[in-house]
Design a protein around this ligand. Structure first.
Ligand code: AMP
Length: 209
C-alpha cells in the first residue's frame, strides 16, 4: 500500500505515520528525518540541506527527489510505504506519479492555533526520533522512554516565526497536491484535532483495513 501523509507541522503526521507503518508492516519514510539524519552525520547531502532545513524552507527539488525516490525504490519498500513530507510541490508530485504513485493520501486537518499550542510542548528524542508532547509525555521528565536519551526541542520548533513560515508554505504548496489527489479519488480527510488513538482509528477506517 503506497500511502502519502499530509498535514501542517503539529498535526500529528509523524506520530500517525509511525503507527500506520507498524500496523501495516511497511516502512515509514520521513523526509524531514532523512534530512536531519544526514545533517547529524555531516554528509554532503546534509551540508547542502542544512541551511534550508534550519530556516524552515523547502530544500531544492533535485536534492529531495533523488533522496526520496531512492528510499521508495529500496527493497524494504516493495510492498508499500508511509511517506511523510513528500510531495510538497507539483514537481515532486510529478516525479512520484511517474515512479511510485500514491494509492492513498491522508490529509490530517488541524487549525493553526491548535497546532502551535501542540508544538510549544513538543520534545524529540535525538536518537530514536520519537516525539513527545503534552498529551504523550515521557514517563520520566525530559528522558526518552525507549533509549533513555535526554529529549531536546527540535531546532526548527524553537522559533514561532519559522513555524508560521512553514505552515504558510504548506498551505501554498499543498493546495494543488490536495486538489490533484482529490480529483484522483485517493484523498482521505481526517480530523486531526482528536486524540491520537481516535485519529488513528479514523485513518484505519478511511483505508478500509
Ligand atoms: P519536516 O520534518 O517534515 O517538518 O521537515 C523538516 C524540513 O525538511 C523542512 O522544513 C524542509 O526544510 C525539509 N523538507 C522536508 N520535506 C521536504 C520536501 N518534500 N521538499 C523540500 N524540503 C523538505
Amino acid at each position: 500500500m503506497n500511502i502519502v501523509m499530509m498535514g501542517i507541522q503539529g498535526s500529528g503526521k509523524g506520530t500517525q505515520s509511525k503507527l500506520l507503518s507498524r500496523h501495516l508492516d511497511i516502512p515509514h519514510i520521513s523526509v524531514g528525518e532523512l534530512f536531519r539524519d544526514h545533517i547529524n552525520r555531516g554528509t554532503e547531502l546534509g551540508k547542502k540541506a542544512e541551511q534550508y532545513v534550519n530556516k524552515g524552507e523547502l530544500v531544492p527539488d533535485h536534492i529531495v527527489i533523488d533522496m526520496v525516490l531512492s528510499a521508495l525504490g529500496s527493497p524494504d519498500a516493495r510492498a508499500g510505504f508511509v511517506l511523510d513530507g513528500f510531495p510538497r510541490n507539483k514537481v515532486q508530485l510529478t516525479a512520484m506519479e511517474e515512479s511510485r504513485p500514491a494509492e492513498y493520501a491522508i490529509l490530517l486537518e488541524l487549525d493553526e492555533q491548535t497546532a502551535l499550542r501542540r508544538l510549544a510542548h513538543r520534545l524529540e528524542c535525538p536518537k530514536c526520533h520519537i516525539i513527545y508532547g503534552k498529551n504523550i509525555p515521557p514517563r520520566r521528565e525530559g528522558i526518552c522512554d525507549v533509549c533513555g536519551s535526554p529529549l531536546v526541542q527540535r531546532d526548527d520548533d524553537q522559533e514561532v516565526d519559522a513555524i508560521k513560515r512553514r505552515m504558510n508554505l504548506f498551505h501554498q504548496e499543498s493546495k494543488e497536491i490536495i486538489q490533484y489527489y482529490e480529483r484522483k479519488g485517493v484523498l482521505k480527510r481526517i480530523d486531526a484535532s482528536l486524540s491520537e488513538s481516535e485519529v488513528f482509528q479514523q485513518i484505519i477506517r478511511s483505508l478500509g483495513i
